[in-house]
Design a protein around this ligand. Structure first.
Ligand SMILES: Nc1ncnc2c1ncn2[C@@H]1O[C@H](COP(=O)(O)OP(=O)(O)OP(=O)(O)O)[C@@H](O)[C@H]1O
Length: 268
């Protein structure tokens, strides 16, 4: 599968990002760069600021100060739909697909922003709208094949096994033809088998499609296998950054994890 536009994936640059909530500094002058076509993991103990980072990148939270740029384009302060239009797609920690909708229709929802035919044309079943819908369905089926859920296109997403539901959500995000994919704990709650399968799909998204991935994940086995670069946060500050093997042995990182009851779990 090839994705139009993946050759021009720009770097995502976060500079001096600070987010404050009524007296609490959730992020304190954090900087990171997601290089094109790489997996950049953001890790850290509970409350470190990982979700806050995602929420700023996707426009859900506003930065108190600092900037986010996708290439030359400033994303800081844009609403979520504009950021999505510019090529930043995200998945959620908890499942967000409508359970009674088939996988095929859920994936079509992901293509909504790429749909040209207006409501009237679609409602009147004009040939142009029918052609367009067919093209979108074909592309959605191709993406389902890529993530390995092509056999389940007619199944309601709520009836899929948990791992396949998470893959359907990943497929929905890919249906937006993103340049950057934000994955929020993509293997949380999965069996070892599902984790392996999902990790392989994520590596494929990077290697075959050239899409950049920002990965928030507690499973250190998955992070160490997949990430090209890791940023470690603790209490809203960046305490380490670099390739996984270096970060893993960084004393500040070891201390941050040992100092919390929620140690990172090792995975198979
Ligand atoms: N909307 C909000 N209002 C107030 N405080 C918030 C809000 N969102 C996050 N915080 C606080 O900001 C800090 C960072 O939280 P965040 O959810 O980003 O951490 P995290 O690294 O994602 O943690 P976890 O691994 O538990 O998901 C925490 O102290 C949290 O309580």
């Amino acid at each position: 599968m090839t994705t139009p536009g993946t050759t021009d994936v720009p770097p995502l640059r976060v500079r001096d990002l600070t987010v404050r909530f009524a007296g609490l500094t959730a992020l304190d002058a954090v900087g990171l760069t997601v290089e094109p076509g790489t997996v950049h993991a953001v890790i850290g103990p509970n409350g470190a600021g990982k979700s806050t980072t995602f929420n700023v990148l996707s426009g859900v939270y506003r930065a108190t100060s600092g900037t986010v740029h996708l290439g030359e384009r400033e994303l800081t302060g844009l609403p979520p739909h504009r950021i999505a239009e510019l090529g930043v797609a995200r998945t959620f920690q908890n499942l967000a697909l409508p359970p009674h909708t088939t996988v095929a229709d859920s994936l079509l929802l992901g293509r909504h922003r790429l749909t040209r035919a207006g409501f009237v044309a679609a409602g009147l079943r004009l040939p142009s709208a029918i052609r367009e819908e067919r093209a979108h369905r074909e592309r959605a089926a191709e993406i389902a094949e890529f993530v390995g859920i092509a056999d389940q296109l007619t199944t309601p997403t709520g009836s899929l096994p948990y791992g396949a539901q998470k893959l359907a959500e990943l497929a929905r995000a890919l249906c937006m033809e993103p340049k950057i994919l934000l994955l929020d704990e993509p293997v949380a709650g999965m069996t070892a088998d599902e984790r392996r399968r999902t990790s392989a799909v994520i590596a494929g998204v990077r290697d075959s499609l050239g899409i950049s991935i920002v990965l928030v994940e507690h499973d250190m086995g998955v992070v160490m296998r997949l990430a090209d670069e890791v940023t470690v946060l603790d209490f809203g500050r960046r305490i380490a950054a670099g390739p996984p093997e270096r970060v893993q042995n960084d004393p500040a990182v070891v201390q941050a994890y040992l100092g919390t009851p929620d140690e990172p779990e090792a995975s198979a």
